[in-house]
Design a protein around this ligand. Structure first.
Ligand code: PLP
Length: 452
């Protein structure tokens, strides 16, 4: 067994990046794994604690990507580890679809307690965000007996066939996979999309009473951490009520406390009919849950299920995570988020025309640049300095650290990120060439790719 990671200062880079072992591993990986995986940069992580990640060469990084906004309680939080170990020692699997696994119902009750619905709620549990999306989609069709669904341009809902049909952040996610699910209508994200629904879609394309659901990320994630107008979600709720359409909030990325409230919809006092959660809700164990108002969950035995969904080990992590999040990290997300946004905001004045926007809520923070190439170069420069961030959308870099991030870590991230932007601005042509060279060597992504 390895000794726990002892971190004195983060980041702590001891080799060139990538280091020799990382280079060798990247080569090994490229021989065996699916080339579809959109690797962002050549980090080969071995272990982590809090916001620190140590790679195979002994470099310690400050992790502001958190495994794509997942490690909410930090890496390997001792209470999450203990919960996983205790559960694994008792029972690892006993399909909750076929048998009455106690922790499954307990987790469903816990999710109902923390759900943003005021009435009773029931939960179906799967293994991933995409599975939660599929479950929501199926339930909406089943309950309403309507087929069509509305989603938003820029949205990311996952990569299974139904979920990818709803996704509209990058066209390449659809390339060569058609025909996609029929009956999906995309409109712009925000108030413009609502106007388009009323004026164009419902009037000219499909009557409103033929739609089962609208699926929305309250704050778009992979699309670039886009925060909508304040009246957008309340207006959307009202539109759904008017037409008997179910409102599905995809909080796979924005939920589990990341924005400073348990659910992002709570910033606008909106209650969805169905809420989807995954990523941060179990600190990295695979869970995707579909929570629905009880009166909407009208399907019967056999309509939906899953062999692994609601695996007891993953659910033990979920229960520990919810307990931990409510004990401080959600409030911390709000505080640290404001600190980081205040720290990054001056970049717009320092680098006019290059840094176009600094936006977000809580620890869902996006910095928009003048181009995807600049965003890519900043991401790579941050990596080279020991800070892990991830691109999003066409031209953004996102910060989504663990919710336990400290004030000092937030300051460090702002400092390194600002240095990365300054470096890229000073060496613009050269940096893009660096990225291209790295891509040629298979060490970086091919363009703006980090999906999820
Ligand atoms: N929905 C949102 C908002 C997401 O951000 C993601 C993944 O990034 C998904 C769904 C799909 O989740 P998963 O990758 O766990 O299938």
């Amino acid at each position: 067994m390895t000794t726990p990671l002892q971190v004195r200062s983060i980041p702590h880079i001891v080799t060139e990046l990538p280091g020799p072992k990382a280079r060798a591993h990247v080569e090994f990986d490229h021989a065996w794994t699916s080339p579809s995986l959109p690797r962002a940069y050549p980090i080969v992580p071995l272990r982590g604690v809090g916001c620190a990640i140590e790679d195979i060469d002994g470099n310690v990084f400050l992790d502001f990507a958190a495994g794509i906004a997942v490690n909410s309680t930090g890496h390997s939080h001792p209470e999450v580890v203990a919960a996983i170990q205790a559960q694994a020692a008792n029972l690892i699997h006993m399909s909750a679809s076929d048998f009455y696994l106690p922790i499954y119902a307990e987790a469903a009750a816990e999710l109902a307690r923390i759900s943003p619905m005021s009435g009773p709620a029931r939960t179906f549990i799967g293994n991933s965000g995409a599975e939660a999306v599929e479950a929501g989609l199926k339930l909406a069709r089943y309950h309403t007996r309507r087929q069509n669904v509305i989603a938003f341009l820029g949205a990311f809902h996952g990569r299974t066939m139904g979920a990818v049909s709803l996704t509209a952040s990058k066209a390449k996610y659809h390339a060569h996979f058609g025909p996609l699910l029929p009956g999906v209508y995309h409109v712009p994200f925000g108030n413009q999309g609502l106007d388009e629904l009323e004026q164009r879609v419902f009037k000219r394309l499909m009557p409103a009473d033929e739609f089962a659901a609208v699926i929305v990320e309250p704050i778009q994630g992979e699309g670039g951490y886009v925060v909508p107008e304040d009246d957008f979600l309340p207006r959307l709720r009202e539109l759904c009520d008017r037409h008997g359409i179910l409102l599905i909030a995809d909080e796979v990325q924005s939920g589990a406390g990341r924005t400073g409230k348990m659910w992002a919809v709570q910033h606008w006092d909106v209650e969805p009919d169905i809420l989807l959660t995954a990523k941060g809700i179990a600190s990295g164990m695979p869970i995707g849950a579909m929570i629905a108002r009880a009166e909407v969950m009208t399907w019967g035995p056999g309509a939906h299920g899953s062999t692994y969904g609601g695996n007891p080990v993953a659910l033990a992590a979920l229960m520990a995570t919810v307990r931990l999040l409510e004990g401080g990290p959600i409030a911390n997300a709000g505080l640290r988020g404001r600190q980081i946004m205040d720290g990054l905001a001056p970049l717009q004045d320092r680098f006019p025309g290059i840094v176009r926007d600094v936006r977000g809520k809580g620890l869902m923070i996006g910095v928009q640049f003048d181009s995807g190439e600049t965003a890519e170069a900043v991401q790579m420069q941050a990596f080279g300095r020991g800070l892990l961030v991830l691109e999003a959308g066409d031209d953004c870099v996102r910060m989504s650290p663990p919710l336990v991030v400290t004030e000092a870590e937030a300051d460090t991230a702002v400092r390194i990120f600002s240095e990365a932007v300054a470096h890229v601005t000073a060496h613009r042509g050269a940096d893009v060439r660096d990225v291209e060279r790295a891509a040629e060597q298979g060490l970086a992504t091919q363009g703006v790719e980090a999906g999820g």
